[in-house]
Design a protein around this ligand. Structure first.
Ligand code: ADP
Ligand code: MG
Length: 231
């Protein structure tokens, strides 16, 4: 029995085949995968209160079952430093989203801790028709998109395999520390890979999972965006 069944059940009950970011991140938390602190605000005053709770600077994002790619519709605003900025971003996001999709159901606005910039990695999972759940790892941005510098393993993976995935990408030297840049916390990536492996093994109904990007620091890591798509 998995640790996140209540969330999977709820999403199913609502007839959705994908999780809201808040739901996907809650699933991650249950599996010990670190995510940026967040709260879903249902009003402007809640947004201001929650911004204090998660601490400035904050990020605001639309929470809607009708919007998968939030920034495509002007649904994401980052690096907000004051209550005034939060208030105007809150209004702006609602306007943007309504302009793009007037009938979009808006559940609320996600108030989220801003993850400091660092080296970005991506952990993904898909389902191979033959081998089942398969894990992917790579560094974010051009490394994945342009250079296709990624690596795959069939789940479940061992700690050793997780470490292999990390060390076999061409960009690995960047993680080890390069030209005066400090090395990042490889063990936190190992742990995210292993926990993601457990998650996709526990829930075969996951068709696609994307932790993209994950900011990795000298100590620890934080998942900035999480997507889970169900069969
Ligand atoms: P989308 O649904 O469009 O993929 P994201 O949640 O990925 O929306 O947000 C878009 C981009 O904004 C991210 O790829 C990242 O660069 C930045 N971003 C989002 N959330 C945060 C955060 N909490 N901290 C720092 N940057 C963030
Ligand atoms: Mg994203």
């Amino acid at each position: 029995m998995g640790k996140a069944s209540s969330i999977f059940d709820e999403v199913r009950k609502k007839g959705r085949d994908f999780m809201l970011e808040s739901e996907a991140k809650t699933v991650c938390m249950r599996y010990g995968i670190p995510v940026t602190a967040f709260k879903v605000a249902r009003s402007e005053s809640e947004a201001l209160r929650f911004a204090d709770d998660v601490r400035y600077p904050v990020v605001l994002k639309v929470v809607s079952p009708d919007i998968i790619h939030k920034s495509d519709v002007g649904g994401v605003t980052i690096n907000l430093k004051t209550p005034e900025e939060v208030r105007s971003a809150y209004r702006k996001i609602l306007t943007n989203v309504r302009k793009h999709k007037s009938d979009a159901k808006i559940i609320g606005i996600l108030i989220q801790e801003m993850a400091p910039k660092s080296i970005e990695v991506i952990v993904g999972a898909t389902k191979d028709p033959q081998f089942g759940p398969t894990l992917m790892f790579g560094l974010g941005g051009v490394f994945v998109e342009l250079l296709e510098d990624v690596t795959f393993r069939i789940a479940p993976i061992t700690k050793r395999e997780a470490l292999e995935m990390i060390t076999e990408v061409k960009a690995y030297p960047l993680l080890k520390g390069y030209r005066g840049q400090l090395p990042v916390d490889i063990s936190s990536i190992v742990s995210i890979l292993i926990n993601t492996s457990k998650l996709v093994m526990d829930y075969p109904e996951i068709r696609e999972l994307d932790l993209n990007p994950i900011m990795v620091y000298e100590k620890g890591a934080r998942t900035v965006d999480a997507r889970i798509i169900l069969e």
